[in-house]
Design a protein around this ligand. Structure first.
Ligand code: ADP
Ligand code: MG
Length: 272
């Protein structure tokens, strides 16, 4: 019974965006992820659900290179990510832990939006979106600004480009953060409870923007949310986590309508 859910596979013929191979993450003697196998296909939309503390954010932070794996290997786009090819014959199939420089290069294709938007308060909305493409991707400032305007239009903020973020509502600020992430042209976008800090009446406008992103792009989405309606609409697959393990994985509608595991049923009835 364990094995069936342990190895979470991408459909045959689909290229892999992300693969966790037996990934363990410990903080001291606290095991947060326990030999996790997880695969996400290119362009796939996967939602992670599960109780607080089950390791969902840790998975995203490993992909943002904000944490390092304790054991196992993460691959992104079919290439090693947590590790890199070592000189000579090292352990683990010639892989050695990735250097900072290797990580800095590989994480560029990955964007993240968090619960807290952390916009630069001293910059305009437009400057917030232009900053990283110019400084990290070395894009031409005029072209980056033009693209930023288009992205801000897409998230419904064309009239706020010159405003300071502090003048905006939480929902508007989070939409700026989404535009800022998209400005980096991510192949993979990580969304960690992006509506959890918002007043209830502002949640829908942010989720609607993300529905547009899901519809209009082929970005691979890895999403943590307690918004089950949203999860149903955008996800190809939902993974239910508990204590650093996948207890159940299935197509969104099937998992939500007919969860097979008691743990999933209990969780879903608690969040609905
Ligand atoms: P989730 O996002 O599912 O709520 P997290 O991935 O944030 O879970 O956390 C999983 C567990 O890891 C929690 O018990 C949390 O306290 C612990 N944890 C996360 N980050 C750290 C850290 N930097 N140091 C120690 N423990 C941590
Ligand atoms: Mg979390």
């Amino acid at each position: 019974m364990q094995k069936e859910h342990d190895r979470d596979a991408v459909a045959e013929g689909v290229a892999e965006a992300v693969r966790f191979d037996r990934v363990t993450k410990r903080f001291g003697d606290h095991t947060v992820l326990d030999g996790l196998d997880l695969a996400v296909g290119r362009g796939e939309r996967v939602t992670l659900i599960g109780p607080s503390g089950s390791g969902k954010t840790t998975i995203l932070r490993l992909l943002m290179t904000l944490e390092r794996v304790t054991e196992g290997v993460i691959h992104v786009g079919g290439e090693p990510f947590s590790h890199m090819p070592g000189a000579g014959a090292g352990a683990a199939g010639g892989l050695v832990p990735a250097s900072e420089r290797y990580l800095a290069d590989r994480r560029r294709g990955i964007g993240m939006v968090f619960q807290h938007f952390n916009l630069f308060p001293h910059m305009s909305v437009l400057e917030n979106v232009v900053e990283a493409p110019v400084h990290v991707l070395k894009e031409n400032r005029e072209e980056a600004a033009e693209r930023a305007r288009a992205l801000l239009g897409m998230v419904g903020l064309a009239d706020k480009v010159d405003a300071r973020p502090t003048r905006l509502s939480g929902g508007q600020q989070q939409r700026v953060a989404i535009a800022r992430a998209l400005a980096m042209r991510p192949e993979i976008l990580l969304l960690d409870e992006v509506t959890s800090a918002l007043d209830p009446e502002l949640v829908a406008e942010v989720l609607d923007v993300l529905r547009d992103v899901a519809r209009d792009t082929d970005i691979t989405l890895l999403c943590v949310t307690h918004e089950m309606g949203f999860a149903r609409d955008v996800s190809d697959r939902i993974l239910m986590f508990d204590q650093g393990r996948i207890v159940e994985s299935g197509r969104a509608g099937e998992l939500l309508d007919a969860p097979r595991h008691e743990r999933t049923r209990a969780f879903l009835s608690a969040v609905r």
